[in-house]
Design a protein around this ligand. Structure first.
Ligand code: NDP
Length: 401
């Protein structure tokens, strides 16, 4: 039915491609292009051995629009799925415009030399995509992605008006390393060390990173400390649901993880300012990434679960009600299915679902869109079907913190 080009051969891509290979009637041709051909070959062999499916591979530097255009012209895909890094969002969107190809990603654009991620750069492409009849779907991972769909689902089925939204991201996985990140270390550490920001009474409240701590009892996991952070889906959700008075994002971290981050920050290893080392210019955070465990290698050692979801309070028939919608994902079960830990799995599955909905034209509108701007029902159904079941419970009271 459709020909897709995936850019990036990392942890998330490994999951998405296997999930696509399980649906050969929908994803009839899969091509993978990435910076390191060896990593593409690894995924190519995996898919061949496991599913008896051939995928095409190319070496590609996706920072270069012309190089992307050349590959798109060779492959002629219906859509390009960016599973490389947020730095490549705009070059790939430019190449899609030149070649009349649809686009999807899982993280919003961030310039390499400035730790600042926001949607404005990609939203600015809206008219260009619209004029060409092309669609770009932004943030089709878990958070952003599924959390946005949960919010749209609450608005469609549970509440007439949303007042407050809390996104809670808990990873209780233990990989046995003293310190490692669950997805790309560079992107992860840039995000975690950024100042916290949440939406309160129509304005952003800012604070220092990782200081506002609350203990919360997560289903199937128990009490964990979670910290207030800024996360990109807050920006699109307050725009698309302007009735929201307060929107916050929380993520759990263990004390040892935070101690490591503090020390790495204190010695300057999380900096993105270039330094001169041994006659060469290096970026400390990129050097740190090179010596940390590859997130793709954590799958077989990680035990425990993730619990990511939304707690939403609002009015239904003029009565205040609070709903908690979440997914529990088990690291070992993910490893048994696709050889990856749950963070890659919970991102890789929604990326495949976003692609499927566009291909089947169940979600299709020219322009640049965030996932909450579409009907949440088909996405929620496919999540249940392809390994990420959601549960909604009603809470007796709204959150008291
Ligand atoms: P990885 O670092 O494992 O993989 C990234 C891949 O992109 C690597 O294969 C890398 O190549 C390739 N790449 C990097 N730069 C280029 C380039 N210039 N040209 C071509 N290929 C390039 O990352 P993850 O798989 O963990 O994450 C992938 C994306 O998913 C990221 O954008 C991340 O932010 C996002 N994400 C989203 C989540 C969500 O819930 N929405 C959650 C987790 C991740 P090389 O092998 O040479 O390094």
């Amino acid at each position: 039915m459709s020909n897709v080009l995936i850019v990036g051969a990392g942890g998330v891509s490994t999951v998405t491609i296997q999930k696509m290979a399980m649906l050969p009637k929908i994803f009839t041709n899969i091509t993978l292009a990435s910076r390191t051909l060896e990593k593409c070959k690894y995924i190519q062999n995996l898919v061949q051995n496991k599913f008896n499916i051939d995928i095409n591979i190319f070496k590609l530097d996706a920072d270069n629009v012309n190089d992307i255009v050349k590959i798109i012209k060779k492959v002629e895909p219906f859509l390009v799925l960016n599973l490389a890094l947020p730095y490549q969002d705009l070059t790939i969107m430019d190449a899609c415009l030149i070649t009349n190809t649809h686009y999807i990603d899982t993280a919003n654009y961030e310039p390499l030399n400035e730790a600042k991620f926001e949607y404005s750069w990609q939203w600015n492409y809206k008219e260009k995509f619209e004029k060409k009849g092309l669609m770009a779907l932004l943030g089709s991972g878990f958070d952003p992605g599924v959390t946005n769909v949960y919010t749209a689902h609450a608005k469609k089925h549970l509440l007439d008006k949303i007042h407050s939204l809390d996104i809670l991201d808990c990873n209780d996985g233990d990989h046995g390393h003293p310190f490692a990140t669950n997805f790309n270390p560079e992107i992860n550490i840039r995000e975690i060390t950024a100042e916290s920001r949440h939406w309160e009474n129509k304005r952003w409240e800012r604070g220092p990173a990782l200081t506002n701590k609350i203990s919360f009892k997560f289903p199937e996991i128990g009490h964990k400390n979670m910290y207030l952070m800024y996360h990109e889906e807050l920006e699109s959700l307050i725009k698309n649901f302007p009735e929201i008075k307060r929107a916050r994002f929380w993520m759990t971290f263990g004390d040892s993880y935070l101690k490591h981050i503090e020390v790495l920050q204190n010695v300057g290893l999380t900096s993105i300012k270039p330094i001169s080392f041994d006659g060469k210019e290096i970026i400390p955070l990129q050097f740190l990434k090179a010596i940390l465990p590859d997130p793709g290698s954590l799958g077989k050692r990680t035990k425990g679960k993730t619990c990511i979801g939304t707690i939403i309070t609002g009015l239904k028939n003029n009565k205040e009600r609070t709903f908690y919608t979440y997914n529990i994902c088990d690291h070992e079960e993910c490893y048994n299915e696709v050889g990856s830990q749950a963070i890659s799995y919970t991102t890789g599955v929604p990326a495949m679902i976003g692609a499927m909905l566009i291909i089947q034209k169940k979600w299709f509108k020219p322009g640049v869109w965030n996932v909450e701007e579409f009907d949440p029902d088909p996405f929620m159904e496919l999540l249940d079907q392809y390994g990420l079941t959601s549960k909604t419970i009603e809470l007796d009271e709204k959150l008291d913190f």
